[in-house]
Design a protein around this ligand. Structure first.
Ligand code: CTP
Length: 393
């Protein structure tokens, strides 16, 4: 998404469009804001100008050096037109093909995808006229985002709230992403597992789940049917992804095998605990009575089992190593019957647990190694999917 036209209409949620503009900018987009005259009553154009470093336009024409600038040219090279918030009034004009201001004119002239985010009072949203207009926009090919439920500016509770700007950003990004995994059934595992010692203590590791959640989101954006099987994390499951929450490696094993029949592709990004306490105490162990050694039992290797029952599926493993990472990871790939393994060396800066970045190598069955630079995990997820897409039949 390099160039975004952000259309802001008159509604109390217009103030949230400032945060949306910021998010687009932060993610590398050039943002051109176009406001309806009513929107400018709610938020000053200067707010958007400051955030986007370009003027926010309201009028069709601007006199400058006695030369008329055609703002319709703003659409040149635009990747997307996002109308957020979209008021009932502007939705009605767009649906009816009226072009009485710059934004509605741009809508009629746009040949890029158009995202519309209706935001209004619940009764207005439920009015048949507005519903029909929204349906009409969908027929025009607009991508309409459902409003959130919650307390509305008018004090009542209901549907009509503008979704959070970060969710609008993700919706827009998903709308523009090619659907090269369309309909494909994929399992992603993520996060750590927790192996209880007693009701208040457990063995675990510092995985936050970010790599797995980034993959699940990227797959969903690219059209896959994703089942995310996740150990305990603080992350919000991506929209549209079926999430199964588990605690222990045994629970993860059961959940993965439950979903394995229908699945074509597995990303095993979870940091599964290899060991569990031999005994789990039913009551909290008192420090006075604790033994000073801990008996451990080996957990089942989930990926090894998936490799045994692989059939025509693609299996992608992950490995975090501290030495000889290429050799160790390639051995794991062969031992577990994988198609690719993604490995990082925990000793390298920016690579590993609990950071938003990673520096990995991708190794295939033949032992060929692709070493990647330091990347954000979100970006890395798409890179990995570009690579696995080449293996799909
Ligand atoms: N894995 C798994 N079940 C386990 C252990 C690991 O499914 N009980 C998966 C991980 O999700 C990962 C891959 O196997 O995709 C490699 O995990 P890793 O912990 O690096 O490998 P191990 O085989 O456990 O080897 P070691 O810990 O001895 O390095």
């Amino acid at each position: 998404m390099k160039k975004v036209i952000l259309g802001v209409t008159g509604g109390i949620a217009a103030y949230k469009a400032a945060e949306l503009a910021r998010i687009f900018v932060r993610n590398g987009a050039e943002v051109q804001v176009v406001m309806t005259p009513a929107a400018a009553e709610f938020v000053a154009p200067l707010t958007f100008q400051t955030l986007t470093e370009r003027p926010a336009y309201i009028e069709m024409y601007t006199e400058r050096s006695s030369e008329k600038i055609r703002h319709i040219d703003l659409l040149n090279d635009a990747d997307v037109l996002v109308v957020a918030p979209a008021s009932a009034n502007t939705i009605g004009k767009m649906a009816g093909g009226l072009a009485d201001n710059l934004l509605t004119t741009l809508y009629l002239a746009a040949d890029c995808p158009v995202v519309v985010v209706p935001s209004m009072n619940v009764n207005m949203l439920n009015h048949p006229a507005v519903r029909e207009n929204i349906e009409q926009l969908t027929r025009h090919g607009c991508l309409v985002m459902d409003p959130d439920q919650g307390e509305l500016a008018c004090g009542v509770y209901g549907s009509g709230r503008m979704p959070e700007p970060s969710d609008i950003y993700l919706f827009t990004r998903a709308a523009l992403t090619p659907k090269d995994y369309k309909g494909l059934n994929v399992i992603v595992t993520a996060g750590p597992t927790r192996e209880p010692l007693d009701p208040v203590r457990y063995l675990s590791n510092p995985s936050t789940g970010l790599m797995g959640y980034s993959l699940a989101r990227a797959l969903s954006e690219r059209g896959a049917e994703v089942t995310l099987i996740s150990g305990p994390t603080h992350l919000r499951p991506p929209a549209g992804v079926k999430t199964v929450e588990v605690n222990t490696a045994e629970e993860m094993y059961a959940a993965v095998l439950n979903n394995y029949d229908s699945c074509r592709l597995v990303f095993k990004a979870a940091a599964v605990s290899d060991f569990r306490p031999l005994e789990v105490q039913g009551e909290k162990v008192k420090k006075g009575s604790a033994a000073n050694t801990l008996g451990l039992a080996l957990n089942r290797d989930i990926l090894l089992e998936l490799g045994r029952q692989k059939g025509s599926r693609l299996l992608i493993g992950f490995a975090a190593e501290t030495e000889e990472e290429i050799k160790n990871a390639h051995d794991k790939l062969l031992g577990k019957n994988l198609d690719l393994i993604i490995v990082n060396n925990l000793k390298e800066p920016g690579a590993g647990f609990a950071v938003s970045t990673n520096r990995v190598s991708i190794i295939d069955r033949s032992g060929e190694v692709e070493k990647l630079p330091l990347m954000e995990k979100e970006q890395l997820a798409h890179y990995i999917l570009d690579r696995t897409a080449k293996l799909l039949p």
